[in-house]
Design a protein around this ligand. Structure first.
Ligand code: DC
Length: 225
């Protein structure tokens, strides 16, 4: 079984996907973590952003980025070292869209992400999971929420105060990333035709998780407890 969860920055895809996976005994695949890991690797090597469009398969392979199954998800490694923490840093947030828009990077990752699905039933989240990576997913959910709600959740997640100024700045960053992710030429962020739209603006986290689990069980009664 594959459940695909897509949506814009800060819509809560990853935490929701992780909780759905735990509830249903599936593995969680956070595809954004793969884009983040490559971005971090390029930064560590000191490759200027202007040169990223020249990265080819051999160069990407040489970064030695990999993912190993861990707990109920995957752990991102760089040359064997756990980089789960560093890939969430603000510097990576700021540059990851520049990496994610490159066709060579997307093509290279497609194989890696699809391979993961050959080994386990998954809840995968990202921007193009239902449209490109797993178009045959059993259930596709497109998560949305108003930008200020997403900004507030993001700040809380990072343990920062959601005062008026930081909130306005975070809304700006989120809207900028939405624009970059939706307007790129390859695999832009969009709702798949057969995805269920779930607006979480007025839902609690538990409610949104429960709704997706319910949809999954309707699609595949074998997954009921
Ligand atoms: O979900 P996230 O914030 O970890 O995603 C990081 C970046 O990777 C974001 O700019 C969008 C991009 N991304 C993508 O283009 N396709 C995916 N399937 C997942 C993430």
């Amino acid at each position: 079984m594959i459940i695909a969860i897509d949506g814009p920055a800060g819509s809560g895809k990853s935490s929701t996907a992780r909780a759905v996976a735990e509830r249903m005994g599936l593995r969680h695949l956070d595809s954004g973590a793969f884009y983040r890991a490559i971005t971090y690797a390029a930064m560590q090597r000191g490759i200027p952003v202007a040169e990223w469009p020249n990265l080819d398969t051999d160069r990407l392979e040489s970064f030695a980025v990999s993912a190993e199954p861990a707990d109920s998800g995957f752990r991102m490694l760089l040359a064997g070292n756990d980089i789960s923490g560093p890939i969430r840093r603000a510097e990576v947030n700021a540059l990851v869209s520049a990496m994610a828009r490159l066709p060579a990077v997307r093509t290279w990752l497609l194989g890696t992400l699809r391979e993961a699905a050959t080994r386990a039933d998954l809840v995968a989240d990202g921007r193009d999971i239902g449209t490109v990576v797993f178009p045959e997913a059993d259930l596709k959910v497109y998560l949305v929420a108003e930008a200020d709600v997403r900004a507030r959740r993001r700040l809380e997640q990072m343990g920062l105060a959601a005062d008026e100024v930081s909130l306005a700045e975070e809304v700006g960053r989120i809207e900028e990333r939405d624009r970059a992710d939706s307007s790129r030429d390859v695999a832009p962020l969009r709702q798949a035709d057969d995805a269920v739209l779930l607006d979480t603006t007025h839902l609690t986290f538990d409610q949104q998780v429960a709704r997706i689990v319910e949809l999954a069980r309707e699609r595949d009664p074998r997954s009921a407890p």
